[in-house]
Design a protein. Structure first.
Lengths: 231, 177
């Protein structure tokens, strides 16, 4: 550090204003933290489906043949036993479009749309380090008119999901990325006027949500797929 | 409960630093307060990402990103951040602690404070943040690089650009030393 810099540092430290947090902020945060801990939702009980079946069986008239009900119960248990993991798997693997649209809308309304703000993918990608247990691909499509705005982390169904924000003119696109080995079918949907496109490349699965029109969003996902394939 | 206590113990001591950064970046008291609140709540959500590291740069990184998101939005839409320079000026006067001594000295010190603050305020947000992090928060270059998400070399070059600008701004009036 040269003497000039030292003098300047001194001047800033001695004369610049270092603001201190107002008491209202401190008190508000303590209250919020206490409340957040108290209100933290319990993880959903995994046995609801099971319990519902049992309740249904218990509600059957006593006259129905004892053996039948036992057999039926066993069959029911078998069906639940085989279906539950499948259904759970589906639920974990593919959050419904509606939830993603809600998330996207909330990010636009309340924010933050981006926790790391950068148009440089070499800034956005490393930002996810240590925050996720996977490294999501980040592509810069600004030459094609889809400007990278940055990224953020979302919690969806208990999963930590990398979210990339892009802009096309005034339209925002959220791209949700998380790992999945299954190559799922492509999904197209419209929810509350938002288009949702989904694809998967066997390593990651992608959900793009935007109010862009379908064709442009498809163009975006097409470019993405080409970029990932070219890597 | 213990988690929360641990979080409070590690994060809340850095609230002044968090607020100072937000206040300098957003330039309005209310926006700074909102941004810090927002950032701490988010920090709580990602508390597991903190592990053993130093909580200060970690928290400042979240605050910083929250502020830049707000700034970016203020640029895109007119509805979020309003800059109130006059309120800011009066804030500066208020913020100055009551000083004792020769009234002339006190006045001179206040003038210097206004000039130094104004020079920092005139910097672009990217340069302002390196000055705030370095000069007020005494952060190391590598912590700053992690907070801002840029290479250390860029931190150094921004810092030197910011210092040049400050020196220039402060040297206009030779009285203000």
């Amino acid at each position: 550090m040269n003497p000039d810099d030292q003098a300047l540092s001194r001047q800033i430290k001695d004369h610049g204003t270092r603001y201190t947090a107002p008491d209202s902020l401190r008190a508000g945060l303590r209250a919020h933290l206490a409340l957040a801990t108290a209100l933290r939702p319990e993880p959903p009980a995994p046995a609801t489906r099971w319990a519902r079946w049992r309740a249904r069986w218990a509600a059957l008239p006593q006259q129905s043949a004892w053996r039948h009900s036992l057999a039926g119960f066993a069959a029911g248990a078998l069906v639940v036993g085989t279906l539950l993991p499948v259904v759970n798997h589906l639920r974990w693997d593919e959050p419904q479009e509606a939830e993603l649209v809600s998330n996207h809308v909330r990010a636009l309304q309340i924010g933050p749309l981006t926790e790391v703000v950068s148009t440089d993918r070499h800034t956005v990608k490393p930002w996810f380090q240590g925050k996720l247990d996977y490294a999501p691909p980040v592509m810069d499509l600004s030459p094609e008119g889809f400007a990278l705005l940055g990224g953020r982390i979302e919690h969806l169904r208990g999963n930590v999901v990398a979210t990339l924000a892009y802009a096309r003119n005034r339209h925002m696109i959220d791209l949700y990325v998380w790992p999945s080995a299954t190559k799922s079918v492509q999904v197209q949907a419209t929810r509350r006027g938002y288009n949702v496109l989904h694809w998967s490349d066997g390593a990651m699965q992608y959900w793009a949500v935007s109010d862009l029109d379908r064709r442009e969003l498809e163009h975006f996902t097409q470019l993405w797929r080409e970029r990932v394939a070219a890597q | 409960m213990n988690d929360r206590q641990a979080f409070e113990d590690r994060v809340l001591p850095h609230l002044d630093a968090a607020y100072n950064l937000a206040r300098w970046l957003l330039r309005s008291e209310q926006n700074a307060e909102d941004a810090v609140q927002d950032a701490v709540i988010r920090a709580l959500r990602y508390g597991h990402a903190l592990r053993d590291g130093d909580a200060k740069p970690w928290l400042l990184g979240i605050v910083r990103n929250t502020c830049f998101t707000l700034l970016a939005r203020a640029r895109n839409g007119p509805d979020l951040v309003e800059f109130d320079d006059e309120a800011f000026q009066s804030q500066i006067q208020q913020a100055a602690p009551a000083e004792h001594g020769n009234p002339e000295d006190v006045l001179q010190r206040q003038r210097t404070r206004v000039r130094v603050d104004a020079a920092i305020r005139a910097l672009s947000p990217a340069l302002r943040e390196v000055i705030v992090l370095r000069e007020f928060e005494d952060l190391a270059y590598d912590d700053m690089a992690r907070i801002i998400g840029i290479p250390i070399g860029t931190v150094m070059s921004r810092l030197s650009r910011a210092r040049d600008k400050l020196r220039q701004a402060l040297s206009v009036d030779p009285q203000g030393q």
